[in-house]
Design a protein around this ligand. Sequence first.
Ligand SMILES: Nc1ccn([C@@H]2O[C@H](COP(=O)(O)OP(=O)(O)OP(=O)(O)O)[C@@H](O)[C@H]2O)c(=O)n1
Ligand SMILES: C[C@](O)(CO)[C@H](O)COP(=O)(O)O
Length: 391
Amino acid sequence: MTESTPLPAPRVAAILLAGGTGTRAGFDHPKQLEPLGGKAVLRWSIDAFDAHPAISLGVLVANGDVMAAAGDTGKGWIYADPGIERQQSVGHALLALADWEDEALVLVHDAARPGLTADVIDRLLAALETAEAAIPTLPVPDTLVEQAHGEAGEVIDRSALARVQTPQAFRLGILRRAHAAAVEAAATDDAQLVRRLGIAVAAVPGDARLHKLTYAEDMAILAGLLGTGTMRTAVGMGYDVHRLVAGKPLWIGGIEIAHSHGLEGHSDADVALHAITDAILGALADGDIGDHFPPSDPQWRGAASHRFLAFAGERVAARHGRIAHVDLTIIAEAPKIGPHRVAIRARIAEILAIPVERVSVKATTTERLGFTGRREGIAAQAVATLELPEN
Ligand SMILES: Nc1ccn([C@@H]2O[C@H](COP(=O)(O)OP(=O)(O)OP(=O)(O)O)[C@@H](O)[C@H]2O)c(=O)n1
Ligand SMILES: C[C@](O)(CO)[C@H](O)COP(=O)(O)O
């Protein structure tokens, strides 16, 4: 009787799909390049595969710009051009693995899922000891209903459903067959194609951290899940002055106040909104109001200043930050601000799309001293407190 020798462990390749445009995320660059915790989203998966001892080769499917931004890769990586759809991108990666044996194993992963862990890879590879294909899944936490024309219909039994993540793990020969058979038939993932061959797909527990970046708001979820969501507090201050002249409308804090004089300026001269705009830009270290809306530019002549403030608020949102608080002090001998304070608070909160509780409006005189005391002008000071992601 001859003693049987154990078969050598199959080679394992990783296919990392970073060939999409990220249309739904709406960034001005592919979503896989969005920074997360100090590195691009796709870099998280590269690093996770690099760190896993079982994986001997990676295939990065990406165009030249994305590849360049991915930076240096550790263990062997080769590259493949993206296809029009995800399925074609996988097809290109399989061609890049043409000299690999059918018995090898392959993990197909979305670069848009940065929270890849060694545990998930281990579970998938363990499942391939007895199955030809394996995917990570998670239970469905919400009640599910059919819905049409804004009306909820029948409840769907969620105990029979699961959410499918990536990486998806396959015996390479099986994945090749599945893709060859599916040239005419699209599928949203690779496991579907394998099931169409009549081959069973094992389900292993997925991981909440494998949440997919699909929409811009997924970045905040990922930051929380991956522990990169540490925020820093940034404080900015703004100060502005405008001259009072007779017979002009007076705009302060986004509302018009009846008064004998109004403020003079290139725009509507809303001194309060200008101060807050500068405070927010200051906290962002993003220049000042004049950099973004130069007085020399005729398009801002007479402009309503709520546009400047809304712009500053949008800059905060674009950085995935939030406005924690705005504190405004208006310095005027006249008119009295007190009667208008509630309306000004509400208007500022509305422009910035934040709760009114995060807006403070105060007013003071300078006891008839100085230019404000002589009613020659009105000044405003503002302090903005922002919470911004560390990265
Ligand atoms: N032609 C494509 C399309 C998608 N992908 C990749 O497949 C993964 C999942 O696709 P999806 O989330 O749909 O990404 P996008 O196609 O970029 O997103 P969108 O549909 O919003 O444009 C992503 O990592 C994406 O980069 C790819 O490699 N090649
Ligand atoms: C592959 C996938 O991530 C599994 O859940 C998913 O099907 C991709 O879907 P998308 O609509 O192409 O983002």
